[in-house]
Design a protein around this ligand. Structure first.
Ligand code: ADP
Ligand code: MG
Length: 727
């Protein structure tokens, strides 16, 4: 019988065996030889590009040096040497090392042309044990100038180049693979990995079959899969590596998009939605009474929503729009379509204050329609609650606005037709799914998720791959720009004067402090010190200062926030809890302390809290003394643009998609092997177009010519991406 090498258990690859196989499985999820060749290097050592230490300049990008360890020093505070070992066998501090008071490891290496210092703040014990004076290693890292000297902080360390390193062909590049302590412990070092890869490829390459349709390969000029696999592990040269990596990224993103889009097609066929053919009188009455003309973007989005709601399929739409772009109006008109067709609607907000604001706003818009609206939150009284429940069940209550209280089991609608969820990322996936079962009508309601967090398109296409996306990319006219300024501590007196002037004009001021989980203690003390200083600079009875932070009870938070919203306090000092939503049109100044510690998107969100009224508004970023060049660049970008999407893209490039506001809480796994959502946006968009093209001709992939794709999609990797119940 024919035996597939690709499917052969990894333990039978020469050099592996059962013990190493178990580790490869647990550490790298590799069970077969075929799995192994899909583990790609994360970087390459170019054996032709080792440079001399004497040639290193502080602004050189990354460098690779091959150098001998001369001296290793474990340092305490400042320049205190606690332990030392060097070439002469000198040992200071004794052989037995206690790492308690060690702050950093400093290693001096030499390659004959010169010496350089390598510095380690992490992994000190491991590195100290590994680097023995007299031994030569390959170091890779970014040089930096420190105290008029050049050093390299946390270089990567590899075994010195060895003419016997396994290669294939004449390539000068060696792949470096992610490893773990346990793998190294079992002898699977970088060199062993190269060896295993070489023999795995030799066995499997003849078996490799193309996974992508021929027309795509041809049109995109992609290299064949076997060529790509060979060159991703053992590149013949830079060019071959580039072609290989492009091909593998394209493949990965193509199948990811194909699986997401297919789920969407399957669902839109099977998940029936409530047909809402009419616009209805309530919609028209509200529309005619609007105090302003809708923006082009609002009109377009309402049209998209209207099409969805009338289609007979369930709407699952994400509405993105910057703060102040007018999403509320879109939600109201959508709700009125549901009402006009004899159904109810609800709107869920993440906080009580926001729910109250939505309620008050929407109520105004509804005045000309006669539609009944109620507010349900955690603090709604029992008698009130009973009235609301009755109204929901007899259908007399049209729109219910509220917080999490909406998804409690006791809340049952007669016929919920639309659920709008504001600021979606504050809700867990599960909570959203519960909305599906809120109705006695039998068919799940249409879902509209609104978010003010601009998510870069590429990320949205993956995170929300099976949702339709609408974007409001136009601001209502007459909105005054927000002037953003970057200042240092030295300008504090001028800032105080500016705040006093604004308050004298009857305006209010936000002051925000960063709160980062790991350093919570320090941050709270900063916040409290900041509060004390502000109370000193802005004393009673002339000035009233309120404070809101995460350690307060909900009642305290609500009380203080409401006091500020109602104008009873001039200044609100807070952590980022105010980030979402609160509308205080009278607030004209947003001061952000230690601005360098926030992400760009987050700063932009915070800034959006002002500029809601018709007055000119300001955002003042106060930066610390020690700010890196990159942080400075980001803050300057914030001063120069108000386009949330530009900022989100930039944020994603710098910090990666995982750190991006809104993705962490989404609870969705993004596991990509080689492509990066942050960097490969173009390839992603391209791959998605191709996937769409194929599915538009064959939505369920039933054609014989697509059998290859179906086979590939069955692989576990793509199966795991089940986002189908995201909302
Ligand atoms: P978002 O929820 O998207 O942050 P809102 O819906 O709260 O924004 O709208 C912000 C402000 O802009 C509100 O005061 C609203 O009345 C106003 N607004 C909305 N649409 C328009 C428009 N087309 N023209 C003028 N003002 C508008
Ligand atoms: Mg809003």
């Amino acid at each position: 019988m024919y035996r597939s090498e690709l499917e052969t258990d990894i333990q039978y690859l020469p050099g592996v065996g059962p013990k190493r196989a178990a580790l490869l499985k647990s550490e790298l999820q590799v069970s077969t030889i075929g799995d192994l060749i899909r583990v790609y290097p994360f970087r390459y050592i170019d054996r032709s590009s080792v440079i001399r230490i004497a040639d290193i300049l502080p602004d050189t990008a990354h460098v690779q040096i091959q150098a001998k360890v001369i001296r290793c020093m474990l340092m305490g505070k400042g320049s205190q040497v606690l332990y030392l070992k060097d070439l002469d066998g000198t040992v200071i501090g004794g052989e037995e090392v206690r790492f308690n008071n060690v702050k950093r490891l400093s290693v001096i290496v030499s390659d004959g042309s010169g010496q350089i210092e390598l510095v380690f703040f992490r992994g000190i014990r491991y590195t100290w044990n590994r680097l023995r004076p007299g031994e030569t290693f390959l170091f890779f890292g970014k040089p930096a100038a420190f105290n008029a000297q050049i050093n390299i902080v946390h270089p990567e360390i590899d075994a010195a180049l060895d003419p016997a390193t396994p290669t294939m062909g004449s390539g000068v590049m060696t792949g470096v693979y992610n490893s773990t302590e346990r793998l190294k412990g079992a002898g699977i070092t970088g060199k062993v990995m190269n060896k295993l890869m070489a023999s795995a490829l030799k066995l499997t390459l003849p078996e490799i079959q193309e996974t992508l349709p021929e027309h795509i390969i041809r049109e995109k000029g992609l290299v064949p899969l076997d060529y790509a696999l060979r060159n991703i592990h053992f590149p013949a040269d830079q060019y071959a590596l580039q072609k290989a990596s492009y091909r593998l990224k394209f493949e990965e993103l193509f199948f990811l998009q194909l699986s997401l889009l297919k789920q969407k097609y399957v669902r839109s066929r099977s998940e029936k939605g409530i047909p809402m053919p009419r616009v209805g009188e309530a919609f028209n009455a509200c529309f005619q009474a609007l105090p302003y003309e809708l923006t082009g973007a609002q009109k377009r989005v309402i049209k998209e929503i209207r099409e969805d709601m009338r289609s007979g399929r369930q709407m699952n739409r994400l509405l993105q729009g910057d703060v102040g772009s007018g999403k509320t109006m879109v939600a109201v008109l959508s709700a009125l379509i549901a009402i006009g067709n004899g159904y109810q609607a609800c709107l869920m907000a993440p906080t009580e204050v926001l729910a109250q604001q939505h309620f008050a706003n929407i109520k105004k818009y509804l005045a000309p329609t006669g539609v009944r609206i109620e507010l349900l939150t955690g603090s709604t009284k029992a008698s009130e609650r009973r009235r609301i429940h009755e109204g929901l069940q007899d259908g007399s209550l049209g729109i219910l606005v509220g917080t999490h209280a909406l998804i409690e089991d006791t809340v049952i609608f007669k016929n919920l037709g639309l659920a709008v969820i504001d600021e979606q990322h504050r809700f867990g996936v599960e909570q959203r799914a519960r909305l599906w079962n809120k109705t006695t009508a039998g068919i799940p309601p249409h879902i509209l998720v609104m978010t003010a967090t601009p998510i870069p398109r590429t990320l949205a296409m993956t995170l929300y791959g099976d949702l339709d996306i609408s974007v409001i990319d136009e601001m209502p006219p007459g909105r005054k720009p927000i002037q953003t300024l970057l200042i240092t501590e030295r300008r504090r007196p001028a800032l105080n004067k500016f705040m006093r002037d604004q308050i004298a004009l009857g305006h209010q001021v936000f002051v925000v402090y960063p709160l980062i989980f790991e350093s919570e203690k320090v941050d709270y003390s900063n916040l409290e010190k900041g509060f004390e200083r502000i109370v000193e600079d802005f004393p009673l009875p002339q000035y009233k200062v309120a404070m809101v932070h995460g350690k307060q009870t909900n009642d305290e938070k609500n009380f203080n926030m409401a006091a500020f919203a109602a104008g009873r306090a001039d200044i609100l000092v807070s952590t980022t809890v105010i980030e979402v939503g609160v509308d205080v049109p009278n607030a004209s100044v947003m001061v952000i302390e230690s601005a360098e510690r926030f992400g760009l998107s987050q700063l932009h969100q915070l800034r959006g809290r002002v500029g809601r009224g018709s007055e000119h508004s300001w955002c003042i970023l106060v930066k610390g003394d020690k700010v890196s060049k990159e942080s400075l660049k980001r803050l300057e970008l914030l001063c120069s643009t108000e386009d949330g999407f530009v900022l989100a893209e930039e944020d994603m490039k710098m910090r990666g998609p995982g750190d991006l506001e809104g993705t962490q809480q989404s609870g969705l796994p993004i596991t990509l092997n080689i492509a990066s959502l942050a960097k490969d946006g173009r390839i992603l968009a391209d791959a998605r177009d191709y996937a769409e093209g194929i599915l538009s001709r064959d939505p369920l992939l039933e054609d014989a010519q697509n059998a290859l794709l179906v086979k590939e999609l069955r692989k576990e990797k793509y199966d795991r991406h089940d986002y189908s119940k995201i909302s």
